[in-house]
Design a protein around this ligand. Structure first.
Ligand code: GDP
Ligand code: MG
Length: 318
């Protein structure tokens, strides 16, 4: 067993933090670590929370943490923020609000960088969640801004996805266009203290009629006011109902398996990419000069590299 895995099993929080960093940085022994961690997972409830910037995701996460702690459940949070760390404001705001929980050993909060391409972010998020699960948190909250494809991929790894919407924001059309409607397991109409709630509720139901009309599970809609701690009980109940549905219907198992399949493909893709990149680095990107002089094109160069990988006999260009 990887030494960090052993320490995580003994509930060493520093080892957990270290392991997450190792995974994020693609450390040499990362696969060894993940292999040791995999069977240690305890089956926490993985909950994705997504929505536009400013929708109140962090406020909800913060309230949900307090709510769950009162029920003596332990909570880990992965905050995935694709915005630049230099854009400032909201990140700092989140940090200040989250500060209540920093000294609580039953809470573990981690922000993910935007490191890596080729699905790198969703992959390291998944690895982080697995590490947290192995440590033994009861609930793992994954907060991410609902924008691009990588955020959609991140949401697919959750058992339950809560989409946070605000009245008067025109969010529903955005959510529909972004393909988030399909992966939503419940809607939180947050800022329910603001005008426009009935209109938003009607819009959500109309979209659900379109997207989920033949699905055996219809995502419920709960109203929340996270600044006033209202609606948390309903939100939590809806999440638990969804989890029961996943278990009873067999859909949970199905989802897990298709996630595992994707994960295997992601690891293979990544490992091949790393290997090729290392090799090309060693060869000093020999095709670069040909590109510069115009005697080759990117596609021919890529083809050569791939052929070379499939027949790596003499290391020479073919
Ligand atoms: N009026 C009102 N404001 C809220 C509510 N929830 C969050 N906010 C405010 O909305 C802003 C954005 O919240 P935040 O949690 O950072 O949003 P995030 O970007 O989705 O994480 C903050 O100023 C919150 O105080 C709510 O239920 N009602
Ligand atoms: Mg936030």
């Amino acid at each position: 067993m990887h030494p960090l895995a052993q320490r995580i099993q003994q509930k060493d929080e520093r080892a957990l933090a270290k392991a997450i960093t190792l995974a994020e940085n693609n450390g040499e022994d990362k696969l060894e670590l993940l292999k040791s961690i995999y069977p240690l997972q305890k089956g926490a409830h993985w909950i994705g929370i997504t929505g536009s910037p400013g929708a109140g995701k962090s406020s909800l996460v913060n309230r949900l943490i307090s709510f769950l702690r009162k029920k003596e459940m332990t909570v880990a949070v992965v905050a995935v923020d694709p915005t630049s760390p230099f854009s400032g404001g909201s990140i700092l705001g989140d940090r200040v609000r989250m500060a209540d929980h920093f000294t609580d050993p039953g809470v573990f909060i981690r922000s993910m960088g935007t490191r890596g391409s080729l699905g790198g972010l969703s992959r390291s998020t998944k690895e982080t969640v697995r590490l947290m699960d192995a440590y033994g948190f009861d609930v793992i909250l994954i907060e991410t801004v609902g924008v691009g494809q990588s955020e959609l991929d991140i949401m697919k790894l959750a058992d339950s996805v809560a989409v946070v919407l605000n009245p008067g924001s025109g969010d529903v059309v955005q959510v529909f266009k972004a393909g988030i409607m399909e992966i939503a397991d419940l809607f939180a109409v947050n800022k329910a203290d603001m005008p426009g709630v009935p209109k938003l509720l009607a819009e959500i139901e109309a979209m659900l009629d379109l997207v989920k009309h033949d699905s055996p599970y219809r995502p419920p809609v709960v109203q929340t006011i996270s600044t006033e701690n209202i609606g948390l009980e309903e939100l939590w109940n809806a999440l638990c109902v969804h989890r029961d549905y996943l278990n009873k219907s067999g859909e949970g198992k199905e989802r897990k398996l298709s996630n595992l399949k994707r994960e295997v493909m992601e690891v293979v893709q990544h490992e091949i990419y790393q290997e090729v990149w290392k090799n090309e680095q060693k060869n000093g990107f020999s095709w670069l000069a040909d590109l510069e002089s115009g005697t080759t094109d990117p596609y021919t160069a890529a083809e050569h590299i791939l052929k070379g990988r499939l027949q790596p006999a003499d290391g020479k260009q073919k």
